[in-house]
Design a protein around this ligand. Structure first.
Ligand SMILES: C=C(CC[C@@H](C)[C@H]1CC[C@H]2C3=CC[C@H]4[C@H](C)[C@@H](O)CC[C@]4(C)[C@H]3CC[C@]12C)C(C)C
Ligand SMILES: C[S@@+](CC[C@H](N)C(=O)[O-])C[C@H]1O[C@@H](n2cnc3c(N)ncnc32)[C@H](O)[C@@H]1O
Length: 358
């Protein structure tokens, strides 16, 4: 009788752990499981050290003096967070306005399709996704527009993930992924019929440099749309709470300094673009983009426990717990940025490269 009870208890515990880690643990159930969390291209024994290096570089973003080092640290950041993002958020690494009655997945897709609709591309056109992540937007955009999409990301691990997802989705004939720096892209001048960037150019130390590169690779007459992370007109640099929120966003998201909303169009014009339209897509009647972050709080606690257990068991690399804690904190700063209205991740700018450059 005793051994039966022992057997049942052990079975229940094992079943409970399996359910917690493998079923519940897969917060978004997007093909990444908690047991697969890694440090991207970083070998497991180096994850903790790399996290410490990242943290000491980005802890005080305003004091970053060596802009040339930023892309390498952004690459480290994406090695550390890519699996956690996919596991806990999905394959699209960006926000979108909440839409009553629609799932996050649908709201995300509509936000992505809006970008390509603005570009006015034709079947067979070749467009570029600047800072493509693991390709969630690229696949939605290719499927919606039937355009050929070339994505570029600095992170080799994301390239592997994106190619694998493209193949699995049957979209590898339309979607191509290249590893490279968007500040010096490996593409000839005038080679794309359109360009878009979704919450990616915020990682550039100087917006002018990435916009100039995008301008260079676009064919004359073609369009570029970007969703930018910026501080809004409500941000007051003398308000210590505002400063704390913005610094929290910068250091938890590998940003070398958030720009003001009114710098974006000036920069686009400076490199030669005509600005066709500019709008903060987070403004009413749009519903709060930060609602999804806020709603996830209970799941984050569960994720935290899962990661602690996996790290303790030696399944997740040491350091993943620290990375998760950093994301946990940045989620709070992002939510406060949204609630106070001092920050938006979706300041949209639509530009055209003139037919003839004057
Ligand atoms: C555009 C960028 C990334 C935007 C978002 C996709 C990510 C910003 C913050 C991330 C997250 C915060 C909390 C995590 C949570 C603690 C964990 O349990 C599950 C994953 C999170 C929800 C994670 C998911 C992605 C974000 C929302 C930047 C970097 C320019
Ligand atoms: C927040 S993710 C957004 C990804 C994608 N646009 C999406 O919405 O899913 C930012 C992306 O920009 C890329 N990135 C940042 N700096 C880069 C650089 N200097 N060159 C190329 N890619 C870069 C990152 O590797 C990452 O893929």
């Amino acid at each position: 009788m005793d051994s039966v009870a022992l057997f049942c208890t052990a079975g229940l515990i094992a079943g409970g752990i399996y359910w917690f880690v493998c079923i519940l643990g897969s917060a978004e159930q997007k093909g990444k499981r908690a047991v697969d969390l890694s440090g991207g291209s970083i070998s497991r024994e180096k994850v903790q050290d790399k996290y410490k290096q990242y943290w000491s570089f980005f802890r005080r973003p305003k004091e970053i003096e060596t802009a040339e080092k930023v892309p390498a640290f952004v690459d480290t950041f994406y090695n550390l967070v890519t699996d956690i993002y996919e596991w806990g958020w999905g394959q699209s690494f960006h926000f979108s306005p909440s839409i009553p009655g629609k799932s996050h997945k649908d709201a995300t897709r509509l936000h992505e399709e809006m970008a390509v609709d603005l570009l006015d591309v034709k079947l067979g056109d070749r467009i570029i996704d600047v800072g493509c992540g693991v390709g969630g937007p690229m696949r939605a955009i290719a499927a919606h527009s039937r355009a050929n999409v070339v994505g570029i990301t600095i992170n080799e691990y994301q390239v592997k993930r994106a190619r694998m997802h493209n193949k699995k989705a049957g979209l590898d004939s339309l979607c191509e992924v290249v590893c490279g720096n968007f500040l010096e892209m490996p593409f000839p001048d005038n080679s794309f019929d359109g360009a878009y960037s979704i919450e990616a150019t915020c990682h550039a130390p100087k917006l002018e440099e990435v916009y100039a590169e995008i301008y260079r690779v676009l064919k004359p007459g073609s369009m570029y749309v970007s969703y930018e992370w910026v501080t809004t007109e409500k941000y007051i640099a003398e308000n210590s709470e505002h400063v704390e929120i913005i610094q929290g966003i910068e250091r938890g998201d590998a940003l070398p300094g958030l720009r003001r909303y009114d710098e974006v169009a000036d920069t686009a014009r400076k490199v030669g673009f005509e600005v066709v339209k500019e709008k903060d897509l987070a403004m009413p009647p749009s519903k709060p983009w930060w609602q999804r972050l806020k709603m996830g709080r209970i799941a984050y606690w569960r994720n935290h426990m899962t990661i602690m257990v996996l790290s303790w068991l030696g399944i997740a690399p040491k350091g993943v717990v620290d990375v998760h804690e950093m994301l946990f904190e940045t989620a709070d700063h992002l939510t406060r940025g949204g609630e106070t209205g001092i920050f938006t991740p979706m300041h949209m700018i639509l530009c055209r490269k003139p037919q003839s450059s004057s």
